[in-house]
Design a protein around this ligand. Sequence first.
Ligand SMILES: Nc1nc2c(ncn2[C@@H]2O[C@H](COP(=O)(O)OP(=O)(O)O)[C@@H](O)[C@H]2O)c(=O)[nH]1
Ligand SMILES: [Mg+2]
Length: 390
Amino acid sequence: MPPKKVVKQEKILLGRPSNNLKIGVVGLPNVGKSTFFNAITNSSAAAENYPFCTIVAVPDERFDWLCDHFKPSTKIPAYLTVIDIAGLVKGAAEGAGLGNAFLSHVRAVDAIFHVVRAFSDPDVVHVEGDIDPTRDLEIIHNELRLKDIELLKKIVDVLEKKLRTGSGGTADKDKKDECAFLKKLLEFLEEGNDVRNGNWNNKEVEYINSQQLITAKPVIYLANVSEKDYLRRKNKYLAKIKAWIDEKYPGDQLIPFSGVFEHGLTLLDSEARAERLKELEAVSVLPKIIVSGYSTLQLGYYFTCGPIEVRAWTIRKGTKAPKAAGVIHSDFERGFIMAEVYNYADILELGSEAAVKAAGKYQQKGKDYVVSEGDIIFFKFNVTADKKKR
Ligand SMILES: Nc1nc2c(ncn2[C@@H]2O[C@H](COP(=O)(O)OP(=O)(O)O)[C@@H](O)[C@H]2O)c(=O)[nH]1
Ligand SMILES: [Mg+2]
């Protein structure tokens, strides 16, 4: 007898990132958030910027290669929106500092860059008096957790009220399940955990994703070290920070950077900058930080390519063709017929679209096709006329 086929259920991930990814910068005052934010903004990649919000192209060598190859009139890389979220201090959850003003911003982001101070400088005041990165990490995490607790309490209250007056139908049954789960989640938070610490099943993830909980968002830790420490790749706080992260949030990324150093680089023109980096035998870590935002969210790209436009589209790893098409337009998903697909690796190896076709690597795929990283896709779709009119 053949072995029983095991249907493995795909695990849904927390969060619902779109093609327009947003990351918020959080941390205590005077840790270097704005310095980091300004360095990102001034770096040549900045496409648009506002006082607290900047949009940068995500560096990608495949995208650059495709633009060189197709020479399109329009080039649209993947973009990352970075938001400088000020105002988090101890007691922020109760309204200290800017308190609630930052909240709507932080709720709207897909992920968090958590900047922690690992440089000493008597001229730059530390709100807590001395340099102690893990204490600072605890303070910020606590405030964010308290905000989630406050929000969840309100949601549970409203749900319970609704259930008391409800009809008892099947819609109620689902609401009841949701309410019971959110209560469980509230307890979990009150015990000192973050939402992302939990191991949730798919239904629970759906409940979580329908709320805007801050502690459900993935975090990338950025340790701001002095220029000297950055260049000699040594810092007395890093080991302790790393140990703290490994204990509380195993697997999360820690990237050391130097705000002052990065900022200094952005003041130079590209030639002087290259010279300085060569002289110091150093690199800017900003591109790595920007890309890390993508990988942490388990995102990848596919491309659409032609003489008019080369464009990168952001999808979650494991996305099927119709859903990937929906990133371009909902009609593409609704009226999906097929995808014509080849991969960046093929055109890089074979040199042209014609050669890719001749090698049989330009293929037609149906609705069950799982898009691969670096696919180049042309979607065919059809929407019926009456649905088109909206
Ligand atoms: N010595 C030193 N000063 C820094 C560093 N990064 C930022 N600063 C300074 O610290 C102060 C606060 O930085 P800022 O980026 O405004 O912090 P924010 O409050 O977190 O936005 C500014 O005077 C910066 O110049 C660093 O790596 N070393
Ligand atoms: Mg600031």
